[in-house]
Design a protein around this ligand. Structure first.
Ligand code: AR6
Length: 184
């Protein structure tokens, strides 16, 4: 499925984000930036030690207390096909009244802004927060799609944004939300 906002294509596919050939893939990290399970584990496993070394450097210099939820940082892509990895931290789902939507929106927005600031053209997102962090996918997909739509309406430079969903079920949820949000 493919749609356009100004000059930027938005694609929604099922797949493995570590296999994407794009300028940057986004990692659903945790504040330590030291790896974990899910997408984070897959990215560090395939990307190799270089990514972890750069994360350690970021912790030592910019974020000694950890990367706050909603913020984003960038490292190289190590052995991945992607040139860069943008690490962001989504919110843990606590029922919906703890600022989760705002924080998730920020995680997408700050990742896009970092990519744009570096002059990157293509970026791929996983479904941030909807695994270990428990954010319901129907709610999270609405936030994700609105964040990308709003960003692209306001900013120029990006040419391709890809949502890479791990399961067929998640892909279906996203497709449904896209029709609603983009009035297809
Ligand atoms: N490609 C694309 N999507 C994937 C992949 C992959 N290779 N692997 C899993 N997913 P999660 P979170 C999907 O748990 O909820 C980590 O331990 C998965 O099906 O990776 O933000 C971190 O270190 C789900 O839909 O991220 C943090 O501690 C989505 O990616 C914590 O988990 C997100 O699931 C972050 O939790």
């Amino acid at each position: 499925m493919e749609i356009k906002v100004k000059n930027c294509k938005i694609k929604i596919i099922q797949g493995d984000i570590t296999e994407q050939t794009v300028d940057a893939i986004v990692n659903a990290a945790n504040p330590t930036l030291m790896g974990g399970g899910g997408v984070d584990g897959a990215i560090h496993r395939k990307g190799g030690i270089k990514i972890l070394e750069e994360c350690k450097q970021i912790r030592a210099t910019l974020y000694p207390n950890g990367l706050p939820t909603g913020e984003a940082v960038i490292t190289s892509g190590g052995n991945l096909k992607a040139k860069y990895v943008i690490h962001t931290v989504g919110p843990i789902w606590r029922g919906g009244n703890s600022g989760e939507a705002e924080l998730l929106f920020k995680a997408y927005w700050n990742s896009l802004n970092l990519a744009k600031g570096r002059g990157l053209k293509s970026i791929a997102f996983p479904s941030i927060s909807t695994g270990a962090y428990g954010y319901p996918i129907d709610k999270a997909s609405t936030v994700a799609l609105n964040a990308v739509k709003n960003f692209l309406e306001k900013e120029n430079g990006l040419e391709e944004v890809i949502f890479v969903l791990f399961t067929a079920k998640d892909l279906e949820v996203y497709k449904q939300k896209v029709s609603e949000i983009f009035n297809l």
